[in-house]
Design a protein around this ligand. Sequence first.
Ligand SMILES: [Zn+2]
Length: 97
Amino acid sequence: MAFRDKYDFSLLMNDKERFVVAELEAQLKVRTEVCRCQECVLDMVALALNHTKPVYRVTLLGAIYATAEDDGLHTEVAEAVVGAIDKIYANPSHARN
Ligand SMILES: [Zn+2]
């Protein structure tokens, strides 16, 4: 039996995803020119996550959350999100409205 079939890898999650989504929501409040369709928002999250160091954990173990109180972590996420917004705004994967 392959590992893929034997174990539930959906229990793995990257804690940075929560931070990136929250940071994107905050930054888009003042970037009203940026498209917020499903495609663009997911593209921005994916791009920002690819520019941050992942923090994976197993959800079964419960709420052992990394905290965003770490300044270095917040700076990394904020910079990755700024970059992702600028890039997707300049090059959306759909025609501009
Ligand atoms: Zn869009």
